[in-house]
Design a binder for this molecule. Structure first.
Ligand code: K7E
Ligand code: CUA
Length: 651
């Protein structure tokens, strides 16, 4: 770095400027000069980040490959080309995995195969490190659109697709706790919309209608009175559950369909026609013993164009602002030769359902029954009796919960009770007798009690078929004891070699509680490196645009830029009782230089990534001196990066 010291500015700020000049130079580099300087780890790391940010651009793709050892080439070992699944320090993963965080209310982003946790994206729960829920925009989103709940329970993160392949625009996730759906913008990796779904108490399944994500479906689990205002309290027959079709662009609930029984998980077919849900409680009971009395439940197959036609024809009742189509078994709409919902009988309480990559089958996992039910999607459209569409029932083992695919004709089903993953052959299951174990290819032990599993790109038409993650509920003795609340165990399994069989590669402890995940090839996601100020309504405050303006007797608007190592104003003076609105912009253009703006006594906590603008409004109701400080360690003068909020007493 010494060769760059051609100015004599010896202050710390000077070094800061110099360092960022070096970084920018390397950000702009279009050759791999940093490779010849292995000692300069900062430079090399920054260069690699720059490569990652533009990884989708063809011009630099080869350059990135050269740096990272080619990612996949790096995984070949000297001994016969077997993969070692290692991602060395400083190298990048092949995949993004988006995992739900359960009742932590968040989404987690993990690299695969390294299983390094890269980011947590808060969704339904405020999160101080990212300032989520503390600025005006995100707190309004949680309060107003989001219904003002303090927590949520994310289960099923699904990434948007175009033509049955990931398009990198959005991820969606449900809230099983409060009947909501959220959208995560994958340019910025942040939640940008939440909808509180009317007529649902607990939205469990979530998934996209393929091929082009026409709708995001929220599957209502808990049966409640449709007008839940005190009527029908003791009449469970009058309770109901619905699926909600949400427009992914507007996040508007376009329509709902009311059904018999509870619903559980869901998955969309590949051709825009069918949407499948599992469910339990065909009995319409309110207790466990009542819900498991009958031997049969259903997979419900929603015929989307038929439902859209019903909505078009006015065959619905508007309830709480949403057109609700009657899809119960006795509905007149289900007596025609094109029913809106087909009830496919299965053994009681099936849990997961997922459609095979070719779109030919919907496979429901038995949970209380040791089999999976294979439903032929084409037959479903033609059969008079929906039961005739069932073409296979392999006996996979005890407690089958969820099924994923490798794109080579295999299904992988988690066995909760057996603590195993069963690999089986789908066509063999269609040919075999019901209840046969013949289609089973192999089983692998997992540790312990798996819920979901997910294979690389399993939800698309063309899975990669190399990695699978088993999301195990219990870890027991697999990790150092941390007291009674043990971590879960997400296990990475290599499935890319049918001859060698499944290989357990890694244990990854995780905090409660991942349910489902989506694994997306890294080259299909293209996140921004800094914000684009034109993407937000809030006005960007450039250096020179700062102001402290009294709007009226009791309102003050502060516009401040933020940069190393200062806020625009060393002090902000207001009167006791003033409503203070702060608009703050981080004017840095250097990647990764985030600043905070915290005023703890007033619960102000902004996190400002480069080129970001956030606003916060509060009432200065206590006279005194309040330090404004930076909460991200941004520079050598980070601790000195301060301002004072001075609240003068009213006389
Ligand atoms: Cu099985 Cu909510 Cu997908 Cu959990 S659900 S495991
Ligand atoms: Cu800015 Cu620390």
């Amino acid at each position: 770095m010494t060769e760059h010291t051609d100015d004599t500015d010896d202050t710390i700020e000077g070094h800061e400027r110099e360092l960022s000049a070096v970084r920018e130079e390397h950000d702009d580099a279009d050759d791999d000069v940093s490779l010849s300087l292995p000692g300069l780890s900062v430079d090399r790391r920054d260069f690699m980040k720059a490569g990652a940010a533009v990884g989708a651009a063809t011009a630099s793709a080869g350059c990135l490959d050269a740096l990272s050892g080619g990612g996949s080439a790096d995984q070949e070992t000297a001994s016969g080309g077997a993969k070692n699944h290692k991602v060395a320090p400083g190298e990048l993963d092949d995949y993004y995995a988006f995992l739900s965080g359960g009742h932590s209310g968040e989404i987690r982003v993990m690299g695969v195969p390294s299983m390094r946790e890269l980011l947590r994206i808060p969704v339904f729960t405020p999160e101080p490190a990212s300032g989520y829920g503390y600025d005006d925009r995100t707190s309004e989103m949680l309060e107003e659109e989001g219904g003002g709940y303090s927590w949520g329970d994310t289960h099923h993160p699904r990434v948007s697709q175009t033509d049955n392949d990931y398009d990198g625009r959005w991820a969606f996730v449900n809230d099983k706790a409060n009947g909501r759906m959220a959208r995560i913008d994958l340019e910025y990796f942040e939640t940008d919309a939440i909808v509180d779904i009317p007529n649902q108490q607990g939205t469990h399944g979530a998934c996209c209608l393929l091929p082009d994500t026409k709708y995001v479906f929220g599957v209502g689990e808990f049966r409640v009175p449709m007008q839940n205002d005190g009527r029908d309290l003791d009449d469970p027959e009058a309770y109901t559950s619905t699926i909600a079709a949400i427009n992914p662009e507007t996040m508007n609930v376009e329509w709902e369909v009311e059904v018999d029984g509870n619903m559980d998980n869901g998955d969309g077919g590949k051709d825009g026609r069918w949407f499948f849900t599992t469910g339990y409680n065909s009995e319409h009971a309110t207790t466990e013993s009542g819900m498991t009395k009958a031997d049969r439940d259903w997979v419900k197959a929603f015929d989307v164009p038929a439902i859209e036609a019903a909505v078009e024809n006015g065959d619905y009742e508007e309830i709480n602002g949403v057109p609700v189509v009657d899809g119960t078994r006795e509905s007149p709409l289900n007596q025609s030769d094109r029913p809106v919902v087909r009830y496919v009988p299965t053994p009681k309480s099936p849990h997961g359902v997922s459609v095979t990559p070719d779109g030919d089958y919907a496979i429901a996992s038995g949970k209380l029954d040791p089999t999976c039910t294979v439903i032929d999607v084409e037959k479903l459209a033609e059969a008079d009796d929906p039961a005739d569409a069932i073409v296979g029932r392999p006996r996979v083992g005890m407690g089958p919960l969820h099924t994923a695919y490798d794109g080579r004709g295999h299904a992988y089903t988690t066995l909760f009770i057996d603590s195993q993953v069963a690999k089986w052959d789908i066509e063999a299951a269609v040919e075999a007798e019901a209840g046969s174990e013949d289609p089973i290819v192999e089983k692998i032990d997992v540790h312990y009690n798996p819920g979901h599993l997910i294979a690389s790109e399993s939800y698309t038409a063309d899975p990669e078929g190399d990695y699978l993650i088993s999301l195990n509920k219990l870890s027991k003795d697999r990790f150092l004891n941390v007291g009674p609340l043990k971590p879960e165990n997400d296990q990475l399994i290599y499935i890319g070699d049918d001859e060698e069989g499944m290989q357990l590669v890694k244990d990854k402890p995780s905090y409660a509680e991942p349910h489902d995940a989506s694994i997306v090839s890294a080259d299909k996601i293209d996140p921004a490196d800094v914000y684009d100020p034109s993407d937000y309504d809030a006005e960007f405050v450039a250096e020179g645009d700062e102001s402290i303006e009294r709007i009226d007797d009791s309102t003050v608007h502060v516009k401040t830029y933020v940069k190393r190592n200062e806020y625009a104003f060393p002090e902000i003076r207001v009167q006791e009782g003033d409503e203070v609105r702060i608009t703050a912009s981080n004017v840095e253009e250097t990647s990764d230089i985030t600043h905070g703006m915290a005023i703890p006594e007033y619960d102000v906590d902004l996190a400002l990534a480069p080129q970001d603008t956030r606003e916060v409004t509060f009432t200065a109701d206590e006279p005194g001196v309040y330090w404004v400080y930076c909460s991200y360690f941004c520079s050598a003068l980070h601790l000195e990066m301060r301002s004072r909020l001075i609240v003068e007493p009213s006389e």
